[in-house]
Design a protein around this ligand. Structure first.
Ligand SMILES: NC(=O)c1ccc[n+]([C@@H]2O[C@H](COP(=O)([O-])OP(=O)(O)OC[C@H]3O[C@@H](n4cnc5c(N)ncnc54)[C@H](OP(=O)(O)O)[C@@H]3O)[C@@H](O)[C@H]2O)c1
Length: 214
């Protein structure tokens, strides 16, 4: 599958593309917003498209046109305000969904955040962030796209452990970004994860054990 990675220059995005280049199961198309980011990927032989999520649905759709799937792992980050959270984590994600629909891509993997489905679990300090994640998830769940939503706990830069907990709702915890990237790659063509949403933290099972089977 050729896969548009939205947020390709992000920490998870970079790990995911690294993994895809190693596995050779899928071909990444890196969506980035700066020329120097594109050049770095091109140097590694990765195809790129330069598109900002604040641009139009049509531009995102044009970028995705040759792809079979979209992975959305972008986010406005902790150093911007709620305005950017709304524009990227919510509207950016929804525009990516609309772009997928426009060009007939059905497979869509969204990186959300642990607890996004339950307002009682949203920390006061980052409530607007959770609002954005919650409604992006809900809108995706209401589409006809073949989605998988992954809701990781606190992200760590530690080496991947390859041990995760994928199912248990209400769980708290953290997880290395490398393990999130590995789970994204593993769910991509696993039909048992289609139209499902999962909490994702470090756990005791290997990724293969933790993933449902069709
Ligand atoms: N931090 C946590 O503990 C935590 C927990 C659960 C879930 N998450 C979620 O996990 C996801 C990935 O995390 P991460 O650590 O990989 O994030 P990250 O390193 O901050 O990467 C986010 C990416 O989004 C891109 N982006 C931001 N605004 C954009 C725009 N206007 N157009 C196009 N791309 C844009 C950034 O581009 P640039 O590189 O150009 O800035 C960056 O590459 C995010 O959705 C985050 O909310 C985070």
């Amino acid at each position: 599958m050729k896969v548009l990675i939205i947020g390709a220059n992000g920490k998870i995005g970079q790990l995911l593309i690294e993994q895809m280049l190693e596995d050779k199961q899928h071909v990444p198309l890196a969506m980035v917003r700066k020329e120097e980011q594109a050049q770095r990927y091109q140097f590694q032989g990765v195809e790129t498209v330069l598109v900002d999520l604040e641009s139009s649905v049509e531009e995102i759709a044009e970028a995705a046109r040759t792809c079979d799937a979209i992975i959305f792992t972008a986010g406005s980050g902790g150093s911007t305000g709620p305005d950017k959270t709304l524009l990227i984590d919510l509207d950016g994600a929804v525009k990516a969904m609309e772009a997928a629909e426009q060009v007939g891509i059905s497979r869509f993997v969204l990186v959300s955040a642990l607890g996004a489905e339950d307002r009682n679990r949203w920390p006061d300090s980052i409530r607007p962030y959770y609002v954005a994640k919650h409604f992006a998830d809900r809108i995706l769940e209401s589409t006809e796209l073949i989605y998988t939503i992954l809701r990781p706990g606190g992200l760590l830069d530690d080496a991947g452990q390859g041990r995760v907990s994928l199912q248990t709702p209400g769980e708290s915890g953290s997880i290395p970004r490398a393990d999130v990237a590995a789970v994204i790659a593993a769910v991509l063509d696993n039909p048992a994860t289609f139209r499902k949403s999962y909490d994702l933290v470090s756990g005791s099972q290997t990724i293969e054990e933790a993933l449902p089977r069709a």
